[in-house]
Design a protein around this ligand. Sequence first.
Ligand code: PMP
Length: 343
Amino acid sequence: MKPYAPGEQPPPGKFIKLNTNENPYPPPPAVIHAITEAASGPLNRYPDPMSTSFRRAAAEALGLPGPEWVLAGNGSDEILTLLVRGFVGEGQSLRLPSPSYILYRTLADIQGASWEQVEFDEDWRLPAEFSQSRDDLRLVLLPNPNSPSGTVVPPAEIESIANSLACPLVVDEAYADFAEENCLDLVQRNEHILVTRTLSKSYALAGIRFGFLVAQPQIIAELTKIKDSYNCDAISIAAATAAMQSQAWLDENVAKVNQTRSRLASELAGLGFDVVPSQANFVWCTHPSGQHRAIYEFLKTNQILVRYMDFGDWGDGLRISVGTDEQIDACLLMIQRALTQLP
Ligand code: PMP
């Protein structure tokens, strides 16, 4: 089996880290307080198996009818694992777009299932093929905003894709807080649309490992049967609950990140890059020189980590996460230097 290779995670402090779409800012202050409180709580006891405080806070923050619409997990990767485990069996298949988040393929492999990739067109739109039903197709997964492009399929189009499929459509909204639109309303009127979210990006909590699913209550109830009893620990539940209660912090953080994203995109364009308009906390860019690996290596030698991605025949490029303004200035300066040194 081919493993999924996550981005490089060097020890803290050595690099300006712009490779795994983390938030460059510390999490909401209420989270730190909640962690301290939880750490002095009864850690000899098992945590709440259903992460009830978190589910209530999430339902309230997102305007959902109630906590029964939310399932908490150890990162959204665990939620995605549960979805594939629950819906896709041996000999069945799942569909994903390409280039996109290839973890889904590994999750299918674990199940002894197959996966089918459908390529985006050159404007990062989905071809009609993506919506076609097939007998063995049990789950369709769509990151929205997509990674590595940061592009968005509009909710109206997502609804029409879901309506032409005979299986559920999972909209992976890991980056949706940075985007203009999301699919939460669709979940409430269409039982075939499921949304996954994470606290790793917009809530600056990648180190905590917390993600969740928003789906109709009957689906949450079924997936609850196949999760580990205590899939989220007491400290993480406390932290994630406090994060969901920090919506003003979220709005401010997203505004700051999005502002830096615009500047990063326009300055990269000024350096000759082709930059895909992004609604996430990263940008995908390619350079006419095609020297993406060399630029990545040059940056790494100079203590700046970005993500070099090679999608085979489709091509390669650089995905750069939005950092603080100072980090982005340092990155742009080093890219400029790299370009002057290319063969
Ligand atoms: N979905 C997408 C599209 C991602 O890029 C990531 C981050 N690698 C995840 C899900 C997983 O996020 P986490 O497990 O940290 O919640």
